[in-house]
Design a protein around this ligand. Structure first.
Ligand code: LLP
Length: 423
């Protein structure tokens, strides 16, 4: 059998027949999410005091509502994400700071809104502290520290070290604390996120650096945040994150601080991908195929404007080919290049980080078959664009056996409205 065949049980929300029904009802391409898979991932992180969802991974308000119902708090990185959190019913004020705004700068509109809401700000630059402090003395803040090193599944998802624009450089902790004092800002805690796809070696180093930075700060912090970065096995045979080991490492750092400070210290974790990646699938339809020299291309109706990760990072997703009724195709496996409809050579789902095509073994597909990109619940829909004037796709959430449309397909008229309204 093909390594990329769908293996899910028919009752599975992401089984072939279920995905085929969604395709029939809502058309392709479409995003599908499984609520129970999200809940199962949340359960794996319950040891942490606070699970704060990095909503940039999947910011649909219905997904945020599910998170809120499960007791998960939320991070916002833009004005739009703040409004999404509010729409999903998150309160701004609350003991654990239900919503935190994390960024490296405050644009003027967002500054006005965080001041108005008195929304805790996780500051990634000294200027954020100055601008916030001047506008809102006493405002609650976290300091996001760049510990001087980072790690990621790609250069582009490494968020620490000298090549990273993120966070307050660790040597500038002192000057940042001076700003905290100058404006009487209320320091909640320190935060570190060194990248997506972190390994245990780097994790130990971050934990150690966190303890050192809190010590150096000489402040009575009441919380620390481990950031996100926990990965998922995108392909069979890849390891699952050992969440207990992850927790133990952070918890011992926290315990050390508790001993030194003499009071409880809240331990937060801020995952995006881990909570939602495995819950999502992108369903597309095969519309053309052609031999190109030695390569066999299969073209589907989804493009990199929909699923950007392969073009952006050379990421590869597990793929299945389904007959229109949802049965997995398994016959006549051959090396195949999967590509989309965009007028751009990089619109290829099977490519290396440098851009060369990387054929993968796939069963023979007929026109009208479905190609499913698995584990695309994180940084799938949320990174989509309107490039080539293509409308955003519908999103469907399957919960309790029911498939519910949680975002309808954008129309071309809606795309054009922004321009025709000013004509
Ligand atoms: N916290 C902060 C401050 C972050 O910047 C991020 C991700 C996260 C948490 C969540 O990271 P996660 O747990 O999802 O790895 N588009 C890329 C990932 C970029 C992540 C940016 N920041 C991808 O598709 O792999």
């Amino acid at each position: 059998t093909a390594p990329y065949a769908a293996t899910a049980e028919p009752t599975d929300p992401l089984s072939g027949p279920r995905l085929a029904r969604v395709a029939q009802q809502y058309g392709t391409p479409a995003w599908v999410y499984d609520a129970d898979r999200i809940r199962a991932q949340i359960a794996r992180l319950r040891s942490f005091d606070v699970i704060r969802f990095a909503q940039k991974a999947c910011s649909n308000t219905h997904i945020l509502r599910l998170m809120r119902t499960e007791g998960v708090l939320v991070d916002a990185v833009s004005l739009g994400e703040i409004e999404r959190a509010l729409t999903a019913g998150y309160q701004v004020q609350g003991a654990d700071e239900p919503v935190v705004f994390t960024a490296d700068l405050l644009d003027r509109a967002t500054l006005r809104r965080v001041v108005e809401l008195r929304l805790p700000v996780n500051a990634g630059s000294p200027q954020m502290l100055e601008q916030l402090g001047a506008a809102s003395p006493g405002h609650p803040v976290w300091l996001r520290i760049n510990p001087g090193f980072g790690h990621g599944h790609s250069r582009k998802t490494n968020t620490g070290g000298e090549q990273s624009k993120h966070g307050i450089w660790h040597e500038h902790l002192g000057q940042s604390l001076e700003l905290v004092d100058r404006y009487g800002l209320e320091l909640i805690g320190l935060h570190m996120h060194i990248g997506s796809g972190v390994d245990y070696g780097h994790l130990e180093a971050v934990c150690e650096t966190m303890v050192k930075q809190v010590r150096l700060s000489d402040r009575d912090v009441r919380a620390i945040s481990a950031g996100g970065g926990l990965t998922v096995p995108y392909h069979p045979g890849r390891p699952e994150v050992d969440t207990e080991r992850y927790f133990r490492l952070w918890d011992s750092a926290r315990q050390e601080l508790v001993r030194e400070l003499g009071h409880p210290v809240r331990l937060e974790i801020e995952p995006g991908r881990f909570l939602v990646a495995g819950s999502g699938a992108l369903v597309s339809e095969v519309r053309a195929q052609k031999p190109v020299g030695s390569n066999h291309f299969v073209l589907v109706d989804a493009g990199f404007n929909d699923l950007m990760r392969p073009a952006m990072y050379g990421s590869s997703h597990r793929v299945s080919v389904l007959a229109p009724g949802g049965e997995a195709r398994t016959e006549a496996v051959r090396d195949t290049v999967l590509a989309g409809p965009l007028c751009e050579s990089g619109d290829v789902f099977t490519q290396a980080e440098g851009g060369d095509v990387e054929p993968i073994p796939l069963p023979r597909a007929e026109i009208g078959d479905l190609v499913v990109f698995h584990d695309t619940g994180a940084y799938g829909a949320s990174m989509s664009s309107n490039y080539n004037s293509r409308p955003l796709l519908p999103e469907v959430l399957v919960d309790g056996g029911q498939a519910k449309l949680i975002r309808r397909r954008q129309t071309v008229a809606e795309l054009l409205a922004l321009e025709t309204e000013v004509a």
